[in-house]
Write a protein that binds this ligand. Structure first.
Ligand code: PMP
Length: 362
């Protein structure tokens, strides 16, 4: 089975650990002697409740979530949270600050404008989002209900290397593409949310980690399904949760433990990223998109400067078993997404392929 797998550099949905897929396959028709698949279980059954409780407890433990915060599993992906966050939080002052460092932050900014007075605290659009603004460049308002940013910009390949200081204003962060890749201080955040389809599970869900003090102040027309207070009270089961995705997240978390948890992941992540960026630094053919100090360890964006050559690279890479390397249309070129499940070996082989390609096309 392992021999048939290829190196999948997709930005998401993306690779899951092989052992996780094998466990899921083995348990597909009869989960732990229950006589049924997890996909067939009532979400109110004891057997599913155990899966749910264990997954939630493991996530809390691994991310070191303090008791002030609650973990929610919500359908609708990360985009659902672009509406849920303002609907739940903006009522305090009617205002919020948004930092736009990529297209997903921009989507969140556009969505939030429907619900209040939104200030653009900073934007990196002037250089096609190849950098992250510095703390002193952020124009933050003391009366904002919250400050919003996106920790890792999947499309452009930039990543925040610091947590913005907001002087007590709650921080809302989209961590979709770098959650679980390194330890984070959850206590610094009002809300962390993440679509699960990169580092956590199959698509169809977002993990939301919320400071419980922020819930219960939603705008009156907030749909119940988007209401954090309802979801906290119902322990994410106001309606049917994405049961199978939660189960898969549970398997991924068990795998993460075997990899040394978040400090283990941080080490591997640094190793993978160094391999690619060191080569991009020395390459005469490939140029990285992101400024050096803003480079993402999860999404590596680069190009040759010649669209035909980029296309040739993607085609030849695909033929060699390195797939999904075509960059997003707003950046062009290539993007190698190297999330938690990508083995170091996959990046070593990709770099070797890139070196050969460079030699052949110099
Ligand atoms: N935020 C980030 C950083 C993303 O990378 C993505 C998806 N690639 C989204 C939000 C949107 O996620 P979803 O498709 O789950 O709504």
């Amino acid at each position: 089975m392992a021999n048939e797998r290829i190196y999948n550099f997709s930005a998401g949905p993306s690779m899951l650990p092989l052992s996780v897929l094998e466990t899921a396959a083995a348990e597909m028709t009869n989960y732990h002697g229950s006589g049924m698949s997890v996909t067939e279980m009532s979400h109110r059954s004891k057997v599913f409740q155990d899966i749910f409780d264990t997954t939630k407890a493991d996530l809390k433990r691994i991310l070191n979530v303090p008791d002030t915060h609650e973990v929610l599993f919500m359908q609708g992906g990360a985009t659902f949270q672009f509406a849920a966050a303002p609907l739940n939080l903006i009522g305090k002052t009617g205002k919020a600050d948004y930092i736009v460092t990529g297209n997903f932050a921009n989507n969140a900014y556009k969505e939030a404008k429907k619900y209040g007075e939104i200030s653009l605290a900073a934007s990196s659009a002037d250089r096609n989002h190849c950098y992250i603004p510095k703390q002193e460049e952020l124009k933050l308002n003391a009366d904002a209900s919250y400050v919003y940013y996106c920790a890792n910009n999947t499309v452009f390949g930039t990543e925040w290397k610091y947590v913005p200081e907001t002087n007590g204003v709650p921080l809302v962060c989209d961590m979709s593409s770098n959650i679980l890749s390194k330890p984070v201080d959850v206590s610094k955040y009002g809300i962390i949310f993440a679509g699960v389809q990169k580092n956590m599970a199959p698509a169809g869900m977002a993990v939301v980690i919320i400071d419980k003090a922020l819930a219960g102040h939603e705008l009156p027309y907030t749909p119940l399904i988007m209401n954090y207070q309802t979801m906290i009270e119902k322990d994410s089961m106001y309606n049917t949760p994405p049961c199978y995705t939660i189960y898969m997240l549970g398997l991924v978390l068990k795998w993460l433990d075997t990899m040394g948890g978040l400090t283990g992941m941080e080490k591997v992540k640094a190793e993978r990223a160094k391999l690619l960026y060191d080569y991009l630094e020395e390459s005469k053919l490939f140029k990285p998109h992101a400024d050096k100090e803003a480079r993402s360890d999860m999404n590596v964006t680069f190009r040759t400067g010649d669209e035909d050559l980029d296309a040739k690279f993607v085609k030849e890479a695909t033929a060699q078993g390195f797939v999904n390397l075509k960059g997003h249309r707003s950046v062009g070129g290539m993007r190698a997404s190297i999330y938690n499940a990508m083995p170091v070996e996959g990046v070593q082989k990709l770099v070797a392929f890139m070196k050969n390609f460079e030699a052949a096309n110099a």
